[in-house]
Design a protein around this ligand. Structure first.
Ligand code: NAI
Ligand code: MG
Length: 353
């Protein structure tokens, strides 16, 4: 198959980790007789520096014309004092919105070799395998008004949803649960928020369409606690934009490092943008130390969800697992025995496997 992939390296370690993922994709293309072509475009701080905007029109156009997008990360101290329209994150939020990517899938899986890398007890982390389905284009991050009022003495953000927006993400949650362990946890704050009460209504309305899926409602504060005390109780979590953002970072401690977590952001038709959950890690950027697994595993998700290349995706996932089994790891992973290597070397091992 022929596929055209847009690469958006962004800032900091974004460049290093997308380069790794591209090399792995090339190895897969070679092995399975596919042709992947790449077009690299600017986003985030790099785009602000070069084009004066975090999301240049050319980038948006290229993404719309592509078969899938692979992104690194955006942001860094250089742009922290910028006014809000010149913030790197605007590029990321903008491209997700422009492409209509409403469903963010974040699988969190404990790798057996990394049990010790987690600060949690391994009997707690053991066998945890969950999927967070986060709503991505609505909710608190996009509601208006969102502004300082008057002389700055008061301020407002808005958590707004159309019923239809809740319905489509909740359906994604049910669909995901129905091909996994058939357990859906809908996370909200229905004891306080009106939007959450409607969210709960929608979940209960849709539930009869998926009779084999067990549904549970959980308040977000309780979910935050359960994620690190009883993570194996979860299969699929479906939740609002900000709740999902926070819970997925929290869930990353199950794997031992942010550097292990991939994500997919999908549109109704399966088109997607794939990116690691972590940020641009300015503290280690440019030093060849970044863990590329989150981005490599995001590329595997791209093959699975956008290109229907199941075998190819599994080949990557198995290769990552084998490299970990052999004890190779980057510095972010607290692995007792084994050998610490850099970004390029660990990518070489993945390709070899
Ligand atoms: P971060 O995820 O960049 O880094 C947090 C810590 O984890 C750092 O110590 C970093 O070195 C480490 N880390 C993260 N990814 C790693 C990897 N692949 N390999 C090895 N170590 C890794 O989050 P932080 O420090 O809060 O933010 C840094 C910048 O990134 C900020 O400008 C922030 O706005 C931006 N950011 C961007 C995101 C995105 O593009 N999706 C998401 C989160 C933050
Ligand atoms: Mg986040």
């Amino acid at each position: 198959m022929k596929k055209n992939i847009v690469l958006l390296p962004g800032d900091g370690i974004g460049e290093e980790v997308t380069a790794s993922a591209q090399r792995v994709l090339d190895a897969v293309a070679h092995q399975f007789n596919h042709t992947f072509t790449y077009q690299t475009e600017a986003i985030g701080g790099a785009a602000i520096d070069e084009f004066g905007t975090p999301l240049p029109e050319a980038t948006e156009k290229a993404c719309h014309a592509s078969d899938a997008v692979l992104l690194g990360a955006v942001g860094g101290p250089k742009w922290d004092e910028n006014p809000s329209h010149l913030r790197p994150e605007k590029g990321l939020l903008g491209i997700r919105k422009s492409l209509g990517l409403f469903a963010n899938l974040r699988p969190v899986q404990g790798f057996a070799e990394l049990l010790h890398a987690s600060p949690l007890k391994h009997e707690v982390v053991n066998d945890s395998d969950l999927l967070i389905v986060r709503e991505l284009t609505g909710g608190l991050y996009f509601g208006t008004p969102s502004e300082r009022r008057d002389d700055g003495a008061s301020v407002v953000d808005t958590l707004a949803y159309e019923r239809s927006e809740i319905e489509r993400i909740v359906r994604k949650g049910f669909e995901a649960a129905s091909v996994r362990r058939k357990h859906l946890t809908s996370v909200d704050k229905a004891n306080v928020l009106e939007s959450s009460k409607v969210w709960r209504e929608v979940v209960n309305e849709i539930a009869p369409e998926y009779p084999d899926v067990t549904v549970e409602h959980m308040l977000v504060d309780a979910a935050a606690m359960k994620l690190i005390t009883a993570p194996t109780d979860f299969d699929v979590i479906v939740t609002e934009n900000m709740f999902g953002d926070i819970l997925s970072d929290e869930a990353s401690v199950l794997t031992g490092s942010l550097g292990m977590l991939p994500s997919a952001s999908l549109r109704e038709d399966g088109f997607g943008l794939y990116e690691p959950v972590h940020g641009s890690a300015p503290d280690i950027a440019g030093q060849g130390l970044a863990n590329p697994f989150a981005t490599i595993l995001s590329a595997a998700m791209m093959l699975r969800y956008s290109f229907a290349m199941q075998k190819e995706a599994e080949t990557i996932e198995k290769a990552v697992d084998s490299v970990l089994k052999q004890g190779y790891h980057t510095g972010d992973l607290n692995v007792k025995n084994g050998q610490k290597v850099g970004t390029k070397e660990i990518t070489d091992y993945v390709i070899e496997m």
